[in-house]
Ligand binder design. Structure first.
Ligand code: SF4
Length: 194
């Protein structure tokens, strides 16, 4: 019994230390508004994919958006292979709708650097989901095969059928449908890690 108890304590301490290593990286990259969540809190739903297919102008035009991504069931299987994730809250007000693009681009560049450093630190399963569609290039080539930055390109949560509304709320974060671009956006990136 003692042995089992001690193992549990050691595992618990190991986990805390794990978090500290990654949290130092979050600070280094200035992503300070985040929460640890269980991967099972990430809600995956078919309706999200339907919203991409019908009603989104990026459908078929972006190298990290549907239909250039795995099926909903494959996405669900992907998330089930993790125990934990980190949700990063990124809030922004913009004057013009187009102002969102360079803001997203600069953040995405840092997010992928963070993922890479997490990987180099020994987190071999680290995988970042951007808080927007991939905006690394000014003009996206529109397909995975033709992507000009395959090393850095990542999908956004919605591209992998994540219901960001339910997921953010379950983490205790705010998110509402916006009716005006001048309202503050609440965007969410996800780092899958263990
Ligand atoms: S890296 Fe560039 S080409 Fe590749 S998906 Fe992103 S925006 Fe498109």
């Amino acid at each position: 019994m003692d042995t089992i108890f001690n193992c549990r304590i050691k595992r618990g301490l190991f986990k805390i230390n794990d978090h500290r290593t990654l949290e130092a990286l979050f600070t280094k990259f200035n992503f300070t508004d985040y929460r640890w969540i269980k991967a099972s809190q990430i809600e995956v739903a078919h309706w999200v994919r339907f919203k991409c297919m019908f009603g989104c102008s990026s459908y078929g035009k972006k190298g990290s958006c549907p239909p250039q991504v795995p099926s909903v069931e494959e996405c669900r299987a992907f998330f089930s292979e993790y125990d934990e994730a980190v949700i990063f809250h990124l809030a922004k007000k913009v004057e013009q709708p187009e102002d969102r693009v360079p803001w997203s681009r600069e953040i995405e560049k840092e997010l992928v650097k963070l993922e890479r450093e997490a990987f180099w630190s020994g987190y071999h399963k680290a995988f970042m989901l951007f808080m927007d569609e991939c905006r690394l290039c000014v003009n996206c080539t529109g397909s995975r095969e033709a992507c000009v930055n395959k090393d850095d390109s990542r999908p956004g949560p919605e591209s992998l059928a994540v219901d960001v509304f339910t997921t953010a709320r379950s983490a205790g974060y705010p998110i509402e449908v916006l009716s005006d671009y001048k309202q503050e956006m609440h965007r969410y990136a996800l780092l899958m890690v263990e």
